[in-house]
Design a protein around this ligand. Structure first.
Ligand code: G1P
Length: 291
């Protein structure tokens, strides 16, 4: 039996240029979706999926993220003094979610390079990768669904969704065929990062959730710059495919690209509508708008 997936890697070194000017000083991972930084949604998803160790791959200007997942002594002491129990619990919970480690990616060489930075900390066991920009609303959590597929099929698993049209060229795209036994599973035979629409091998786009075997590190060490001049995770996984099985998995749930202004707006509306404290009030407000 394969080893258990205990570690999740969160590449968080990117500059967030798609969200300027908000991200000039604030890391994009710290932008709030309703009232929680987008990175916290990913961390909570990982923890709810059985992950015990979180590895953030960070870079310059990302220290707010480290502070967020650390104990805030001054804040906690003030909340305690004022008897604000619920808020104190909220603050304390964040710092006790999981064991957290940080690795600095010294240069923005690409997603594949970011994941490779976690090699020593992950060791010789399977691990999850969650791209914080992709916020996924799912039950069971998306990465849990994928860990289940990994355990059943004993091969790396990439989250996918169908994209019909030219937008697919913003993604990694799989080649292969749907599995006969489970239509959510896609048996990969290849993959290409950000192909031109006319060259896309299928409509199966990779979304930012992966369960990978440690052999991918060996592949990433040999991966040369690809699309956009960057060391691409997709290329590393393509090399892995020469040695091991790799599956696409159409998760149950809804994905939002919260690293993009429009995607963040969509996520904000949908997540706000679900909040018991003000969801109904917000729905009424939206209904009253002269749209
Ligand atoms: C990355 C991956 C790409 C994947 C996408 C999902 O691209 O390289 O394969 O489809 O995330 O969000 P990025 O969006 O960082 O350019």
């Amino acid at each position: 039996m394969s080893k258990r997936v205990r570690t999740a890697v969160f590449p968080a070194g990117g500059l967030g240029t798609r969200f300027l000017p908000a991200t000039k000083v604030i890391p994009k991972e710290m932008l709030a979706l309703v009232d929680k930084p987008i990175i916290q949604y990913g961390v909570e998803e990982a923890v709810a999926s059985g992950i015990e160790h979180i590895i953030f791959i960070t870079g310059r200007g990302k220290s707010a993220m480290e502070d967020h997942f650390d104990v805030s002594y001054e804040l906690d002491a003030t909340l305690e003094k004022k008897g604000k129990k619920e808020l104190l619990e909220l603050s304390r919970k964040i710092s006790s979610l999981a064991r957290v480690s940080y690795v600095r990616q010294k240069a923005p060489l690409g997603l594949g390079h970011a994941v490779l930075c976690a090699k020593e900390l992950v060791g010789d066991e399977p691990f999850a990768v969650l791209l914080p920009d992709d916020v996924i609303d799912a039950e069971p959590p998306c990465i849990k669904q994928m860990i289940d597929v990994y355990e059943e099929r004993e091969g790396s698993v990439l989250a996918t969704m169908t994209i019909d049209g030219p937008d697919i060229s913003a993604y990694g795209v799989l080649a292969g065929a749907p599995d006969a036994a489970n239509p959510r599973i896609y048996n990969c035979t290849g993959m290409v990062e950000k192909p031109k629409f006319e060259n896309a091998p299928s409509k199966q786009a990779i979304v930012g959730r992966y369960v990978l075997t440690p052999r991918v590190f060996e592949m990433l060490e040999k991966t040369t710059p690809g699309a956009g001049g960057e060391i691409q995770l997709t290329d590393g996984i393509l090399a892995l495919l020469q040695h091991e099985k790799v599956f696409g998995y159409t998760f149950e749930g809804k994905r939002f690209d919260a690293g993009d202004k429009f995607g963040m707006l969509q996520a904000t509306v949908e997540f706000a509508l679900k909040r018991p404290e003000f969801g109904e009030k917000f729905r009424e407000y939206l209904k009253g708008l002269p749209l």
